[in-house]
Design a protein around this ligand. Structure first.
Ligand SMILES: NC(=O)c1ccc[n+]([C@@H]2O[C@H](COP(=O)([O-])OP(=O)(O)OC[C@H]3O[C@@H](n4cnc5c(N)ncnc54)[C@H](OP(=O)(O)O)[C@@H]3O)[C@@H](O)[C@H]2O)c1
Length: 295
């Protein structure tokens, strides 16, 4: 089944993973970065769709700078709330499928156990609220083929992300200070792209339904624990690592305390467990650091 994909936000870390795996899996993809296709420009979106004539749009572009969104509310809403609605309407008019990304930050993190797809959304930040509005806008378009995938703590080769920042800091010398009161599932881009592609393929053959899905690597940890695993696996375990509370950091945006996503719905559709966090971290380090891990 060779499908044709149009990819937005092609410079981003998740988009890069799709650009790598789609051709390997026998699909065609045309990626547009933010300069080639501005998601807030509906005319340009329509043109790109008409020129590319895709089967599916993978909407990876977004305003992802969570703290900046607190002060740049208009920008956050234009990209995360309104643009997904325009993309969805254009897809609906053309009979094109849409895979759109949302976030664990639509939840407030107080549930005390993993969040299911139907749990009530209570975002704590402008970013979370804008992504939640984006979900509603996509749903309102009434697409026949529509997937809203909520994910979390995404990291992958080439991206500006937590592992890259921690390892760079560790190598600079001095002690590291990392928050220990936020828990989630670090999710490797190549695993995430692969599970989402599998979901699209299942939907194409009638083995999956449109709707909201949670997708993340299996397992959970705090940012502090994530940092400790990274240091240990790269032989930097002697670097001093200290815990801190989120309140001490005084970040502009509030983050959920525990926003682990329940991925049972996706696992049931795919018919297998999702890759573990540990495996995702090792695959990342193998690619970025050239470290060989035993299977
Ligand atoms: N990263 C995470 O931990 C995480 C967690 C949960 C959900 N998500 C969601 O997953 C999706 C992918 O995230 P990611 O980690 O791959 O993000 P990313 O690396 O920050 O990529 C986002 C991309 O969006 C592009 N973009 C910004 N403004 C745009 C515009 N006006 N038009 C078109 N593209 C624009 C950016 O391009 P420029 O760099 O050129 O601005 C960037 O390449 C997003 O929907 C995000 O909300 C991410």
């Amino acid at each position: 089944m060779g499908l044709r994909f149009l990819l937005t936000g092609a410079g981003g870390q998740l988009a890069r993973a799709f650009l790598e795996i789609l051709p390997e899996c026998g699909h065609e993809v045309q990626g547009f970065d933010s300069k080639a296709l501005d998601l807030t420009d509906s005319m340009a979106l329509a043109r790109a769709l008409d020129e590319t004539r895709p089967d599916w749009v993978l909407n990876c572009g977004a305003a992802t700078k969570v703290d900046l969104c607190e002060s740049e509310v208009e920008w956050a809403n234009a990209l995360n709330a309104q643009a997904p609605g325009h993309v969805a309407d254009l897809c609906q008019e053309r009979g094109v499928g849409l895979l759109h990304y949302s976030t664990d930050f639509v939840f407030d993190g107080s549930k005390g156990e993993p969040y299911a797809e139907e749990d009530t959304r209570r975002p704590l930040s402008v970013y979370g609220a804008s992504k939640s509005l984006g979900e509603d806008a996509v749903a309102a378009a009434g697409l026949e083929k529509m997937l809203v995938v909520r994910t979390q703590w995404v990291f992958g080769p080439g991206g500006k992300n937590f592992p890259r920042a921690i390892l760079a800091k560790a190598r600079e010398g001095g002690a590291l200070v990392v928050v220990d009161d936020q828990r989630g599932s670090p999710t490797f881009t190549l695993d995430l792209a692969a599970m989402c592609l599998e979901l699209v393929e299942k939907l194409e053959v009638g083995e999956a339904q449109s709707g909201v899905y949670h997708a993340a690597n299996r397992g959970e940890m705090s940012w502090f624990e994530f940092a400790a695993v990274l240091l240990e696996k790269t032989g930097l375990q002697d670097v001093e690592l200290n815990r801190i509370g989120s309140a001490d950091l005084n970040m502009p945006a509030m983050r959920p305390a525990s926003s682990v996503l329940d991925t049972k719905k996706l696992e049931a559709v795919l018919g297998h467990p999702l890759p573990t966090v540990q495996a995702g971290i090792e695959r990342y380090l193998a690619l970025e650091e050239g470290i060989a891990f035993k299977d």
